[in-house]
Design a binder for this molecule. Structure first.
Ligand SMILES: [Zn+2]
Length: 241
């Protein structure tokens, strides 16, 4: 079994811990802050061995060096971003394999939000860790690449199996849902999902992970149909209030 634990950092970042029960090995994905990870590790007696970074932004990589120093972890991330990923030990390119006990994941190169962005994909377990590329009913902002590059990356993620569980790195669901509803006011699946998300957030629950097929039915960015339509949506979202 591969267990996933979710920690909240800052206001709305999710740090995910993966624990392989058979080997006792653990990995942490995008530790923007070391403190919540150290607390969870101490409290539960977990043994972490690896850090997997999706991209260089401080709210994803800011806790890496402290965790590496204190716990002796091996740091994985995009080879192309070696100059700006703190503490990087193993540079990855598209399709490179990562291992946690007997579990295998692959790095998917998904530039758009940043030029060196990776997602981590577990084929057997049907789990995706897309960092800031894909969110529930939304997608990351385009900081370093044009829209067609992000569209190509999202199109790759779209083609993963529908029953994939998506563990994105932020709780942006309600804000994204409001924009999505504005774009597709008659999409029943979207209205239902937004209501469910509101009820979950009212109870303080996380809306992450979510199923990819639900997102395919409700995320206007995945439903854009062309790079051009996607670019227009992204422009609208950037100024949506
Ligand atoms: Zn980011």
């Amino acid at each position: 079994m591969l267990a996933v634990h979710q920690l909240l950092a800052f206001n709305d970042n999710y740090i995910h811990l993966l624990l392989d029960e058979a080997s006792g090995e653990g990995a942490v994905i995008d530790p923007g802050d070391a403190a919540p990870v150290l607390q969870a590790v101490e409290r539960n007696g977990w043994k972490l061995t690896q850090i997997w970074t999706t991209h260089h932004h401080a709210d994803h990589a800011g806790g890496t060096e402290e965790l590496k120093a204190k716990l002796g972890l091996k740091v994985f991330g995009a080879a192309i971003d070696a100059h700006r990923l703190p503490g990087l030990d193993v540079g990855l390119k598209d399709q490179d394999e990562l291992r946690l006990g007997e579990h295998r994941a692959r790095a998917l190169f998904v530039p758009g939000h940043t030029s060196g962005h990776l997602a981590y994909w577990f084929d057997d377990e049907r789990m995706l860790f897309p960092g800031d590329t894909l969110f529930a009913m939304g997608c990351g902002r385009l900081f370093e690449e044009p829209a067609d590059v992000m569209w190509a990356s999202l199109s790759r993620l779209k083609n993963l199996p529908g029953d994939t569980l998506v563990y994105c790195a932020h709780e942006y669901t309600l804000a994204n849902g409001r924009f999505a509803k504005n774009i597709e006011p008659e999409n029943e699946s979207l209205l239902l999902r937004l209501n469910e998300a509101r009820a979950m957030r009212d109870k303080g629950l996380s809306t992450v992970p979510f199923r990819l097929d639900l997102d395919l039915a409700t995320n206007p960015f995945l439903r854009a149909g062309s790079a051009q339509a996607f670019a227009e949506l992204r422009r609208q979202k950037d100024v949506f209030k």
